[in-house]
Design a protein around this ligand. Sequence first.
Ligand code: F6P
Length: 529
Amino acid sequence: MNIWDSLKSRHAAIKDRPLLALFEEENRADMFCVELENMRFDYSKTNIDPDTRADLLHLAEQACVAEKRDAMFVGRRINETEDRAVLHTALRNLDGGPVIVEGDDVMPGVLDTLAAMRAFADKIRASDITDVVNIGIGGSDLGPAMAAAALAPYHDGPRCHFVSNVDGAHIADTLHGLDAKTTLVIVASKTFTTIETMTNARTARAWIKDHGGTPARQFAALSTAQDRTAEFGIDPAQVFGFEDWVGGRYSVWGPIGLSLMIAIGPKGFDAFLRGAQAMDRHFVAADPLENMPMMLALVGIWHNQICGYTSRAVLPYDQRLTYLPAYLQQLEMESNGKSVQMEGADTEHHTGPVVWGAAGTNGQHAFYQLIHQGTRVIPCEFLIAANGHETDLAHHHTLLIANCLAQSEALMRGRHLTEARKLMEAKGLSGDELERQARHRVFPGNRPSTTLLYPRLDPFTLGQIIALYEHRVFIEGVILNINSYDQWGVELGKELATSLQPVVEGDAPTDGKDPSTAALVTYIHKHRV
Ligand code: F6P
């Protein structure tokens, strides 16, 4: 029997056993967790037992995860559909020695760009610039926006804003109240062609010009396309380039992180890179069983491909990680939302799950009802720091932790009908009404979750966490034999939007459009003033 089948039959045999019973095995809480010096990843509240785990590890071995990881780190062209290396790890390889790509060491270029970013960030932080507006979308927005929110306690530079949506409301609301003479606009776009970003960039340029600012001084660009940044009129001294081996959703570590660097300072940004570098080193060196990205990925494969749970909730009990679910949506869904294997055949298994979530405890008062009592099982991934930054509000943090731990316990433990009956009896109910009310108060339990614990959300730790998830995506992609580094699935919509633009403007007929789309356009024409 192949390992996939073996895992599926194991699941069929054990799927209804109580998770709590697994703790009869001595030390399960420590045996089913991975610890780093400062972090603990607990997956003991899942239905993975020693045999299942052995099979999962075997699956990774059979997929050659270790060999493929090494190929990625040394710059082989593992992004085969775009014929590119995948080297975001080089951006945080601060003192890790050369990275040779086709005979050339890429590190001098990486370190020179980093030095230029530091000098520019220091200059801006010492200048009269009060606000920085990063204009980008997808990977050119979500990384720095997520990290800037996460690291708010470390901000000591100009205020940072992020504009991504082509909806004019986004840029209008963001620029409202800003001073056009003291605002720096950073246009972040790997390709410098993305329609949303270029439209917003032109609007920002007009705003600066019309309100007495100096676009030449107040614009910077982050891009691989320096011909296009020049064409846009951005001073080459304020352009920070990177190579095509940095994928958009993996780009926060380089120039795309400039707004974050300006906000928290070059030293804080260095700590962020060092955290990621520490996770890279751990990923490369640790044995599979002690390897945090490996075990996080195998838990993901177990839940999604073996148990058939189609979504994954990311639940950071950390207000400042509010954008982490959105960031991980792009990282995981754009990377592993594929249907074709590397060699072109259809995939044999379902690929990436739907990733979603929100910061705790807000989610508890919104969607946890479904997680606890709905008909679908949703594996939950909790994140929590031992300490908050608000030391004078430590009692808030105690409550936050208690809520986080309570949720994973409740999901596992559930509440049996007999217990629910007792509760209703205590309320004075009896007979049919007791039975009816009790049934509504049953929690099936046995709902799996993992918890990632860390001391405090500082730049180093955030770097570790993001690199951890990046490597998880890589491992899951390797096991599924898909290319995690292309994103052809976003192209069709972009092409159709371009062809629809003149139709919406009324300059081209709806001929050739399907009747539904044509009717939608007709409605828009009728109601647009
Ligand atoms: O949505 C597709 C995508 O190509 C993402 O992968 C990328 O992060 C985003 O668009 C932005 O692209 P760019 O940085 O080239 O503007």
